[in-house]
Ligand binder design. Sequence first.
Ligand code: NCC
Length: 276
Amino acid sequence: SKEFKLNHDDLMCDLYSKLKMVRTIRKSDISGPIRNVIPEEEFFSNNTYFNNCVIVSSAGSLYRSNLGQFIDDNDLVLRFNNAPVVGYEKDVGSKTTIRILNSQILSKPQFQFLNSNLYRNVSLLMWDPSNYSSTLQQWITNPEYNFLESYIKYRTKYPKNDFHILDPSILWLLWDFIQGHTSIKIKQNPPSSGFLGIAFLLPYCSTVNVVEYIPTQRTTQRCHYYSKKSDPLCTYGVWHPLAAEKLIALAMNRASDKTIFYDGYISIPGYNRISC
Ligand code: NCC
């Protein structure tokens, strides 16, 4: 039989050795007005643990997938950006525990970040790309999208709502991991919110399921389940190294081909279930 360069456990253990948990910004990391509104607590308090977690990609192939019940049966449900739930429950479920947002959601008026119900009463984690070698302070004074004003306003208006900011060096750590396991040179842009979600949940879940992230039998040109826009690059990547990160996620999966390509999800064992 063919020898693979790295087996499933080695791959998982390599990620674990590089990144035990995804780090978020702490007050002591930065100065300026934002410092006062950074939450005191870590994203997950000590001993927080979930059995089955699910990451709901926003892929067009979720449309008419009937995966809603499967999604809601998980103990934690992670969604992205402005992906809606209302009106799409049959396909995407109705529960939301966490939303990962890119900084465009906070900085572009079209998303109505401070007023939309999508961003209330769920835990939030936002990321914004830094340059590969910039320090935290350099990045926060000149982020890719100006999210600071919205972040401060939101934290002041809803101080009880959990809302953390990713330490952007994590994006490059994940990028190094993906490039390190890819035999061709990939674009030097951070992985998508989808791959970040996987790395974020692995320490806290026994199983991380990811729906319609690896293209399935339902895949069409449709970009998102919630819009008719057609663009295959949403699935295979243009700015993010999507194709490369998806191959790595597929290598981390333990579900059968039927589950992946017909049922529509991969299952990755959490760090508590691998022995390194
Ligand atoms: O589209 P987006 O991603 O919000 O999707 C969230 C995650 O779902 C997975 N996905 C999505 C569509 C698809 N056909 N296949 C998929 O696998 C990906 O893992 C993706 O990360 C992002 O990653 O934050 C992204 O955000 C959008 C956009 O900013 C937001 O939707 C807000 O409108 C980006 N698009 C643009 O900037 C034009 C996208 O590149 C990445």
